[in-house]
Design a binder for this molecule. Structure first.
Ligand SMILES: Nc1ncnc2c1ncn2[C@@H]1O[C@H](COP(=O)(O)OP(=O)(O)O)[C@@H](O)[C@H]1O
Ligand SMILES: [Mg+2]
Length: 235
């Protein structure tokens, strides 16, 4: 039984043409699910659909067995979803700590314990907590974005290209932290351009092409599939 089950999603932006066609994405508890595919395939659109930012013409989204298809993004956050979008995912003129506090805007309880957990996960953020997020390196800003999402204590963490523009070393480091988060029981749904490396840590992978599921399997099986390798992993 999947914690997240986004089934047969069909829809697009406003009154425009459908971008997603019968697209299905699932993630079990504590599992890392990765979406890969060419530019413009609809990966970000699928993430937005799961988060309630798209009007679906068909399909449904359930979280922990509950149908949330018609909930707003804010209500989905209250249900345990957190979404780190591909761009503009930090407040650059606010400090690291203020960014983390912003992440907790829906919470009414004490947030200091969660903040300590995030500083344990990303020690550099503790060091830089008084600096503006805009002054940090790309990799550190992504840590702020992930940390801010974790401040809501999500059960499902959604990341759209968290390693975009960072060096291979920083990418490996971030993937290690994401594995650590998944081991605490949080489900991860992640879009990645670094397809090979991402599938390497994925329990489950989806190859999307033109808004449709093209291949779905374990990360390992996809990496070993000759057709997937040739067409989507550069051989
Ligand atoms: N806000 C938007 N309004 C209209 N069309 C969009 C919008 N965002 C993306 N699209 C279109 O949706 C398709 C899929 O885009 P996207 O989901 O961003 O792809 P990917 O993330 O896989 O690169 C593209 O044809 C793109 O032009
Ligand atoms: Mg995208």
């Amino acid at each position: 039984m999947s914690y997240l089950s986004a089934s047969n999603m069909t829809g697009g932006y406003g009154r425009g043409a459908d971008i997603l066609h019968d697209c299905t994405i699932e993630a079990a508890e504590g599992e890392i699910a990765v979406i890969v595919g060419p530019n413009g395939a609809g990966k970000s659109t699928a993430m937005k659909a799961v988060f309630g930012m798209l009007n679906l013409r068909q399909g449904s989204v359930t979280l922990d067995g509950e149908d949330i298809t018609h909930l707003t993004p804010q209500d989905r956050v209250a249900k345990g979803m957190a979404f780190v979008p591909q761009t503009s995912n930090v407040f650059p003129s606010m400090s690291v700590e203020e960014n983390l506090e912003m992440g907790a805007f829906l919470r009414r309880d004490n947030i200091t314990g969660t903040m300590e957990q995030i500083y344990d996960l990303f020690p550099i953020l503790k060091e830089k907590r008084r600096q503006n997020a805009g002054e940090l390196s790309g990799g550190q800003r992504q840590q702020v974005a992930v940390g801010r999402a974790l401040m809501t204590q999500p059960k499902l963490l959604m990341l759209d290209e968290p390693t975009a523009g960072v060096s291979p070393i920083v990418m490996d480091e971030l993937f290690d932290r994401i594995i650590e988060v998944a081991r605490t029981g949080i489900s991860i749904l992640m879009v990645e351009q670094n397809a090979r490396q991402a599938l390497n840590i994925a329990d489950k992978g989806y190859v999307l092409v033109q808004g449709r599921n093209r291949f779905t399997d374990t990360g390992e099986a996809l990496m070993n599939d000759p057709e997937v390798r040739k067409s989507f992993l550069g051989g």
